[in-house]
Design a protein around this ligand. Structure first.
Ligand code: AMP
Ligand code: GLY
Length: 430
């Protein structure tokens, strides 16, 4: 089979790495890809802008190359209808169509779905007018989260611990339009307390296959200090999800979500990532994502023993009931090495050294995210999150040690990483 992967981050490198292990696959293409991906896949230069809905050039490329399956990494092309365009060209494509991707693309839609189908989540209200939103938080007088309705690259959720903070956040979204058209509406929800975990499933719209649980580290600095980022590291499994909670999440959240989407005339096919808060009242939904998590994918895929190509194909064909996935009992940890300053301003173009000198035994896998090749062929930094150093181990502690051994061998100017990845998991198993 010829496979095309769309995207260029660590998640897509992990997807390409996993797909490359499939005996069914003869060739992989990745657009736009990155230097790490280019070692496993063809990354031809095809004009590609993920923020438009003109995907016809990509579809024509896939047709011309005889691509048998396309896997979409990021949310933007999904929300903009890439799956619809590929389907209209009779190209098999893994991911939700535009009508279903709205589960991530509109928080107001997602909250409405949860409310209609009694899926546990924080209480909320949606506003288009700043004065009404402000009156609501003043009246509520309790800690809230203020969220831009649309896609905001993970930056659109602002804590409003005090009423003043909440008002400022409302003004940023609705008045200053910091998030552009993603901020035409604002969703204001109660603050939930607890531990977060990610629950990821494959679905063909009816049947569901559960992938390993995971947890990421959103804050930039150790001890969950600093700003929210796309994720500074991740681990799997998430021990906070006990077998009882697992069942509860399936029954009270995942099953009603997939069934609800079907009833709404928006059958959901692809991967659904449910961000959970494990509260004293049980698991509640923080967010839905219509795609694999990043960096969660980097720890999730190494723990899947089965070939994923038949599972992806079954999601498209509606035959997921026939698919079983075998999971590894090992734990996985990913430590993200980022450019100093991320998630705010940072510099790029810094040479990356040490990748070749990693210890040969128990060698971690290095997934590239923000890397590029310089004019003279050297590997350089090219983004906020640069590399994801990923290791498997018979337990989480062993995986942590291996990943950090890898990190200590790699260097670039102003490299920044957290030193406490997986600390909560280690506490749980103590
Ligand atoms: P979101 O963009 O909705 O995924 O939110 C980003 C992050 O903000 C989440 O992963 C949580 O860490 C935090 N967050 C969002 N909503 C809430 C909430 N209602 N209560 C507590 N934390 C939240
Ligand atoms: N790591 C969080 C996400 O992928 O949305």
């Amino acid at each position: 089979m010829k496979i095309l992967v769309i995207g260029q981050g660590g998640r897509e490198h992990a997807l390409v790495w996993k797909i490359a292990q499939s005996p069914l696959v003869e060739q992989i293409y990745c657009l736009p890809g990155n230097p790490g991906i280019a070692k496993l896949a063809n990354c031809p230069s095809v004009a590609f802008r993920s923020d438009t809905s003109d995907f016809s050039q990509l579809a024509e490329f896939a047709q011309g190359e005889g691509i048998d399956l396309t896997v979409i990494g990021p949310e933007d092309p999904l929300a903009n209808g890439i799956v619809d365009v590929f389907e209209s060209h009779d190209l098999p494509v893994f991911g939700p169509n535009k009508r279903a991707a709205i589960i991530e693309a509109s928080k107001d839609f997602a909250k409405g779905l949860m409310s209609k189908y009694n899926i546990p989540t924080a209480k909320y209200q949606t506003f288009e007018q700043a004065d009404e939103a402000i009156a609501y938080v003043e009246d509520l007088a309790q800690p809230v989260f203020v969220k831009a309705d649309g896609l905001a690259a993970g930056k659109g959720a602002i804590p409003g611990i005090t009423t003043l903070e909440a008002i400022k956040a409302i003004q940023r979204v609705l008045v200053d339009r910091d998030f552009g058209s993603a901020g035409q509406k604002v969703v204001i929800e109660e603050l939930m307390e607890g531990e977060e975990a990610s629950f990821t499933v494959l679905t063909d719209g009816s049947d569901i296959v559960v992938l390993p649980t995971s947890q990421d580290h959103k804050r930039a600095l150790d001890n969950d200090q600093g700003q929210n980022t796309g994720g500074m590291g991740a681990y799997s499994p998430a021990p906070v999800i006990t077998p009882e909670l697992h069942q509860q999440v399936m029954e009270s959240i995942v099953r009603p979500t997939i069934d609800g989407m079907k009833v709404e005339g928006r059958p959901y096919k692809g991967v659904l990532y449910v961000g959970l808060m494990i509260t004293d009242q049980g698991p509640k939904v923080v967010e839905y994502n219509c795609r694999f998590g990043d960096p969660e994918t980097q720890v999730l895929l190494p723990r899947i023993k089965s070939d994923l190509i038949p599972a992806f194909t079954a999601c498209i064909n509606g035959t997921l009931a026939q698919v079983e996935i075998e999971l590894s009992s090992e734990a996985a940890v990913c430590v993200v090495m980022a450019s100093g300053g991320y998630p705010q301003r940072y510099q790029t173009g810094r040479p990356i050294v040490g990748l070749e000198s990693l210890p040969p035994t128990e060698q971690p896998t290095v997934f590239h995210a923000g890397t590029a090749t310089s004019q003279n062929g050297d590997l350089i930094t090219n983004g906020g999150r640069v590399l994801g150093i990923t290791a498997l181990g018979h337990d989480i502690q062993t995986a942590v040690e291996c990943a950090y051994r890898g990190v200590s061998n790699i260097n670039f100017d102003q490299a920044h990483y957290r030193t406490d990845i997986a600390h909560r998991a280690i506490e749980h198993v103590k």
